[in-house]
Design a protein around this ligand. Structure first.
Ligand code: C5P
Length: 413
């Protein structure tokens, strides 16, 4: 992990500065000025509550473009998507309990909350509120949800609060917030900073002829969620995917179609990877011969002879040097037993097993429930959660496994 990040990486980057309504909003003026001084292109977005504490004109005068305060009424009919899509980073300072709660719940009822849902850029929040609110379980749970999704947090400080109170909840200093913003952009912030993560996603397609293939029902959503959350936590991510799904900013995409192509893409990147997560549903069998021309109906029912594909994960297990190796197992019966056998057989550190016979988990849907089985013997079951949250839980376990290796490397430096 780096020390003080160089602010130079803010130069030329588009930063949406969200300001929500707390007394600390006055400090956001200084955050705005420092971001602009560092060369960032700053677009301020103020909530209606923020306007009770600070003026729109103040931000418009300091920032790179006029401050916006509403989804409606401006010259741009869809400002949230434009701001969200163009942003390199979104910073919310101060982030009130209300804004934090809306973001965690996915509520978009104003420009700032809608922009947060319309972006793939990293997000940094600087919470500020009274101590009682900060310590409330609802706020802490929302914060945990956001952290799990990869949102970066500049924790509040202890000190004087509004109304003469004192305690934890005071907005971090503008200097600390801008340094954290630079850290996010430099990739030196986040618990996976400096870690190279290779993820596979989607189902492979094994051609029968130029138009037909043997495939499976994997959508790629789980693998893409893993890549996005790992990137949000600061990892350098390569995503080998069979799908056209989008990925978070900064994720390197390697498109592949067949098991063979996936194997080539993964094996060539394996030595440099610290973590490999094989979330893809790789075909176990492929047609032995691919017809060069489209098979004609008139020629009768073709006999398609299958042969096994290379087991990529097993190959990675054999060649493992330092990597944390994670597999997925779609099962329909004896889930734990079968998955545990795969940990052993493929030399894995962790396997995430799903019972794909349940309707609300596994293929295509947005939710999943995982049984996590580790080589150490640890077994844990997650509740039914979104694939993004399951990705966060899996990455929590991976981060724990990386800790000793990272400590060793840091000691060597
Ligand atoms: O043995 P099984 O196919 O159930 O193991 C599933 C795990 O192995 C998944 O992580 C999948 O990505 C990986 N796999 C592979 N190559 C194959 C088949 C599965 O890497 N040919």
């Amino acid at each position: 992990m780096a020390g003080t990040p160089d602010l130079a990486c803010l130069a030329g980057r588009r930063v949406v500065l969200g300001v929500s309504g707390g007394i600390a909003a006055y400090k956001a003026v200084e955050v705005c000025r420092r971001l602009v001084d560092a060369g960032a292109f700053v677009s301020p977005v103020l909530t209606q509550d923020a306007l009770r504490f600070v003026g729109e004109v103040t931000f418009s005068a300091l920032a790179s473009e006029p401050a916006r305060t509403s989804l409606f009424g401006g010259s741009d009919p869809i400002p949230h998507t434009r701001l969200g899509q163009a942003a390199d980073l979104i910073v919310i300072a101060p982030c009130t309990a209300k804004t934090l709660g809306k973001y965690a719940a996915g509520i978009s009822d104003d420009l700032l909350s809608a922009t947060l849902l319309a972006t793939r850029a990293p997000v940094l929040i600087a919470p500020a509120m009274h101590t009682e609110m900060w310590e409330h379980p609802a706020v802490q749970e929302n914060l945990q949800t956001l952290r799990r999704r990869g949102v970066h947090v500049v924790d509040p400080e202890s000190g004087r609060l509004a109304g003469g109170d004192s305690g934890e909840g005071r907005l971090a200093s503008p200097e600390a917030i801008v340094a954290a913003a630079a850290g996010v952009l430099a990739g030196s912030l986040g618990e996976l900073a400096g870690v190279r993560v290779l993820v596979t996603a989607g189902g492979t397609r094994e051609p029968i002829d130029p138009v037909r293939f043997v495939g499976n029902r994997s959508s790629g959503k789980m693998g893409h969620a893993l890549a996005d959350v790992a990137a949000a936590r600061g990892a350098a991510v390569t995503l080998v995917t069979t799908t056209g799904l989008p990925a978070a900013a900064g994720v390197e995409i390697v498109p592949v179609a067949t098991a063979e192509e996936m194997a080539d893409a993964v094996f060539s990147r394996y030595p440099e990877a610290d973590v490999v997560v094989m979330a893809a549903a790789v075909a176990d069998f492929r047609p032995k011969a691919v017809a060069p021309e489209k098979l004609k109906k008139q020629a009768g029912v073709p006999e398609v002879v299958l042969e096994p594909t290379p087991d990529i994960l097993a190959g990675l297990g054999e060649r493992k040097t330092h990597q944390v190796l994670v597999g997925f197992a779609a099962e329909t019966e004896h889930v734990v037993e079968h998955a545990r056998a795969k940990v052993e057989a493929k030399n894995l550190d962790l396997i995430v097993a799903n019972d794909v016979s349940a309707p609300d988990q596994g293929f295509e849907v947005d939710t999943n429930r995982g049984i996590l089985i580790e080589s150490s013997g640890f077994v844990g079951e997650t509740p039914l959660v979104s694939k993004v949250e399951l990705a966060g839980l899996v990455l929590d376990r991976i981060t724990g496994m990386l800790a000793p290796e990272r400590a060793r490397r840091e000691e060597q430096q």
